[in-house]
Design a binder for this molecule. Sequence first.
Ligand code: ADP
Ligand code: MG
Length: 767
Amino acid sequence: MTKQEVLKKYFGYDSFRPGQELMIDSVLAGRDVLGVMPTGAGKSLCYQVPALLLPGITLVVSPLISLMNDQVRALNDAGIHAAYINSTLTETQVAKALGYAAQGRYKIIYAAPERLGTYEFSRLANAVDISMVTVDEAHCISQWGQDFRPSYLKIPDFVRSLRRRPVIGAFTATATEEVREDIRRVLELMDPQMLVTGFDRKNLYFAVEQVRQKDRFIRKYVREHEKESGIIYCATRKNVDRVYEMLRREGFPAAAYHAGMDSQERRKSQEDFIYDRKPVIVATNAFGMGIDKSNVRYVIHYNMPQSLENYYQEAGRAGRDGAEAECVLLYSPQDVVVNRFLLDSKEGTAELTSQESAVVRERDEIRLRAMTTYCTMTKCLREYILRYFGETEVSPCGNCSNCLREYEEEDVTDAAVVIMNGVRQLRQRFGINVLAGVLRGRDNAKLRSYGLDRCEAYGKLEDMSEEKIREIVNLLLQEELLFMTLDKYSLLGVTAKGRTLLRQYEASLAGRDGAEPVRLILRSAKEGREREEKGAAAGRKAAGQRLSEILTSRGLELFDKLRGLRSELAREEGIPPYIVFGDKALIDMCVKVPLNREEMLDVSGVGENKYARYGERFLKEISGFTGGKKEKLCYGGYAGEEAVSFQPARPRKRQGKSEFFLTREQADSFPYRERYATAELAEALNGLVDGETVKRITGKAILQYAQNLGYVREQSVDGQRKRTATEDGRRHGITMETGAAGTAYGELYYTADAQRMIVESFVAEDF
Ligand code: ADP
Ligand code: MG
């Protein structure tokens, strides 16, 4: 069987998502891989497909029991023999499973990391042929990560104990360089094929709402999304109980989940949610790790989380099936105070040296600030997240609450300069409260005792509200003209960039030649309360992917029927409905209206095994509905899985120009040459497209692409950061000019092979 056939037969999908093939091919060629892909991107297939093609067993190390059980159930349902070995099994069951494994009954075995050290396990490991060891959620190996699990450190020992070294695959959604490096080092990966795919989840709509009445917002939102499944995250157990009670009183079927409940209650809540008995769950962040429910249509955060890492992970539980979903964060300034309090009270309890805990505290503080910036800024939310996770080639998305909101702009240059001068005069000894007091000329003993009532800035912004001063300070922090110390005092200072700006401002006031005028613009949302009335998605652009925009009312009717059938089958078999079929498969059925086996197998998510189990009953339901005839139940323009894939360049029109992409024709007319330098290559690509409708590609984007594939890497050469081609890159035709002594020069060239690879990567086939 080919990998393509495996994909179709067992998983029911027609095409791989970007990156999956690269990972699969590398594993099949015997090369280690390190895949960094966001939640929902499809990491599992990267090791499950090769597992079926490799001669021996694939061992998957996974940290969470619920995750393991879920995946194994899904695999067996797809007709793949798999088992898990963890603490939910009795000793006899473990022995039995290991026995079957020794007989070669399973292709894939999931194991908790603690198991690796046991005698039975290592005996088994050496009795069978292990082709691949996959480390899922590989960031758990990093001591700096939030989810460090000491038992993960057993993995390298285990691998070393094997007769033959298997291929090692590591997968994670945590992107920071620090963690990536840890994974490579600790797992002793050998020249791994790297893949970092876009962290952008295009089907997620992001919003931050600063509403006065969060409860009212929730009630309205839940009512408007009555039939949809959603998660409401709260920071505290108390809030969970309160919000849950509120929804219950209003008659919404909701479940609650937090660590204060006993394990039985928690299990019941979780199952009610997963089995779609209760569409909404109100929970603390204790809920969700390893929950693979694919049809979560929204995630609301009642409070601001402590970091963007947490936020993106939790919000990312929405829309795993690739269909549109919403992530709404309800922000209030109080959240920052609470979070800082939590950080401060953490300090005493940690079992770290004081130096270590200072480092940790500082990192937490940086994270909290980034999270706060996300909630208070006016720029594109998606762009901010992606930059935070290390992507460089990003621009405003045109489809988040900030991009869609209307703003009032105000030139605050003069006040900003007064504020910066004020900060300078306070000589980095005070925080924002004192600063605001000084600027507004407050008359109090503290200021007088420090002699601040005599400083030049005193009373300079007498008429400005404290809130406004804070807004401008925030703007200056975001623009990196001011900084705040990372200790708990949060003292303000002027950055080097800020000092330059102040000089420039004075030069232009003095009318000196060539002095550019300085302008600082404060943007504030136009509508205040109005948005609360309209709800989160007010003004949001139709993305063409909401169910009611895909299916006609007859189509929706069929969808409901299929959903009913799915629940019935799930009940019969005692498995969650989404394991029978995901929402997307049901939608695709309503779009394609399959009437026979062949047509049914063409539906996304319907593989042969699934067909054998459920195909007939769904066919019967569908033909019963349409009277055995074809019927069009969708609007035009729905492109199925394709439209929600994670391709780097999608020809999606937003705000005028689309991202750079090539049609087949344009790609074929590319002027191939013996070699191009990066900038020349970008030029040649831009020469192919209409600059009026398509954004230009930059050399930097090309380098980033090559870097993501591990073909190019940034390196320190003679004390300078330079990009050089890796060995792998050279194999793919990326070459480097070398200087006299054979030193790397830094200029990269692309042979015709490399040119072709890059040109092809920009082709959008559906054009
Ligand atoms: P991750 O582990 O990266 O968070 P999963 O492996 O759980 O993501 O996959 C998320 C969802 O995407 C699953 O429902 C999976 O079946 C689906 N999926 C993965 N690859 C493909 C593909 N090539 N085509 C369609 N759906 C896919
Ligand atoms: Mg996964």
